[in-house]
Design a protein around this ligand. Structure first.
Ligand code: SDX
Length: 426
């Protein structure tokens, strides 16, 4: 039921068009423009800057105040007190698990971490220097070739089984894509390790000796997973929802999310930040790069800065920065040159009117790469880590979409091409 009404008057129309206005539990009201159908009008919002594409209960962002809530819980508290698998449960179910629920959830995930042995042959088709994101797009989509037993998208149990399989198998596939690139044997998951510990084991362990994950690095890895878990209707999540609206299977939908995340304007930014910091190379070079970022004629942008929604600090960036300091101190590399360049760059940018006027602040990607590099993860794997973490957000939104009546997403356009014309008589 609409709480309020909007009335739209349009030159040339005899009567105003009445549009329902709905209020959520938080955030801006929305104007329901569906009554425009049949009135010869479309709304126009390239980039969906002011468009609410759906109703959702999963995550709330207040860009002006720099607030991010999952199931109502602030990201700062979840990063400090929770862990990734507990956040996965929260995003899937809308509530934190009881101790018993959490224990059962962890048991289920631990027992789905292996991939079908045939998947390992799939990798052999790739060049060793293939970008791991290319491998992930392919392999995650290919999972649908193995799980015909749970692809009924209208069956809530099937949707849950797919979510479990994806949460459990993404670290395994991610680590396999890394091992393949360095010519080392794949490491099987170990059920005696925690989620992040197991990922580090599959990444850095070898059959030659037991791998003992560093608990500080494992905790930092788990926190990075938490910070990237979900983020409302971002480009990749919207891609997953749109792919899901056609009835495509969940593995194909998640693969489409991985593809969308890969771009440097989105999840690919963490890899681009490291490349940028290495290109800057020295604090003395910062002014030149800041000038380039401000030059409208130069396509260069300060990677890891700015956000479509946040017009304040990205709350995840604050936690990431603190975690970065902790990890580098623990590793005895607190004087890491790239961190010093990043901190100086942040300081300069935040004092520069160009960035201040446009409300451009560091986002989640600005510091994450420095931590990942310190953990020993190669730059090419940074966006894979983001995709691994974000899988729970993608599958939670996909599942939410299919848990209520829905329609295929099919936007329209403002057509400015040629009017109808006849094929020239020969
Ligand atoms: C993620 O949506 C999400 O939630 C995404 C994400 C998630 O968790 O899913 O948070 C993850 O993708 C974070 C963003 C990572 N991307 C980057 O760090 C790449 C660098 N940032 C920019 O490309 C940009 O800020 C975007 C893509 C993030 C946002 O682009 P918008 O909202 O379309 O903003 P815009 O391009 O319209 O910029 C507005 C102005 C422009 O200047 P003017 O035309 O007004 O003069 O700000 C400028 C832009 O040129 N600007 C920048 C800039 N970002 C914006 N100038 C220099 N450097 C930048 N980074």
């Amino acid at each position: 039921m609409a709480d309020k009404k909007a009335r739209l008057t349009v030159d040339g129309l005899d009567e105003a068009i009445e549009l329902p206005v709905y209020s959520g539990t938080e955030g801006p009201d929305v104007i329901d423009v569906r009554p425009l159908t049949g009135k010869g009008l479309f709304t126009y919002d390239p980039g969906f800057v002011s468009t609410a594409a759906c109703e959702s209960k999963i995550t709330y962002i207040d860009g002006d105040l720099g607030i991010l809530l999952h199931g109502g819980y602030p990201i700062e508290q979840l990063a400090d007190k929770s862990d990734y698998l507990e956040v996965c449960y929260l995003l899937l179910n809308g509530e934190l698990p009881t101790e018993a629920q959490k224990k059962e959830f962890i048991h289920i995930i631990k027992n789905h971490t292996m991939v079908h042995e045939q998947m390992s042959h799939f990798f052999n088709g790739f060049r060793r220097d293939a970008h791991p994101m290319a491998i992930m797009v392919a392999c995650v989509g290919a999972l649908s070739a193995f799980y015909h037993d749970s692809l009924d998208i209208n069956d809530a149990h099937h949707r849950e089984v797919c979510a479990f399989r994806l949460i459990a198998k993404m670290p395994t596939l991610a680590a396999m894509s890394y091992k393949y690139s360095i010519g080392q044997p794949f490491m099987y998951p170990r059920n005696d390790l925690g989620y992040a510990e197991n990922f580090l084991h599959m990444m850095f362990g070898t059959p030659c000796e037991e791998y003992k994950p560093n608990p500080v690095l494992a905790k930092a890895m788990d926190r990075i997973f938490v910070l990237h878990a979900d983020h409302e209707q971002n480009a990749s999540t919207s891609t997953v929802r749109l792919a899901g609206s056609s009835g495509a299977n969940p593995f194909a939908c998640i693969s489409s999310g991985i593809a969308a995340l890969w771009g440097p304007a989105h999840g690919g930014a963490n890899e681009a930040v490291l490349t940028m910091l290495e290109e800057i190379g020295d604090e003395a070079m910062i002014p030149e790069f800041v000038a380039r970022a401000k030059d409208p004629e130069d396509p260069f942008r300060l990677m890891g800065f700015g956000h479509r929604v946040y017009r304040n600090f990205d709350p995840r960036a604050k936690v990431m920065k603190a975690t970065c300091d902790q990890v580098l101190k623990e590793l005895g590399v607190e004087n890491e040159p790239l961190l010093k360049i990043a901190k100086r760059l942040e300081q300069i940018a935040l004092e520069d009117p160009y960035f201040v006027e446009r409300k451009l602040y560091p986002n989640v990607d600005f510091y994450s790469g420095i931590i990942l590099k310190a953990i020993g993860i190669p730059t090419s794997m940074f966006t894979v880590i983001f995709a691994l973490s974000r899988t729970i957000g993608w599958i939670s939104h996909w599942s939410e979409f299919h848990s209520s009546p829905n329609r295929i997403g099919r936007p329209r356009q403002l057509y400015t091409g040629p009017k109808k014309r006849n094929y020239p008589l020969l």
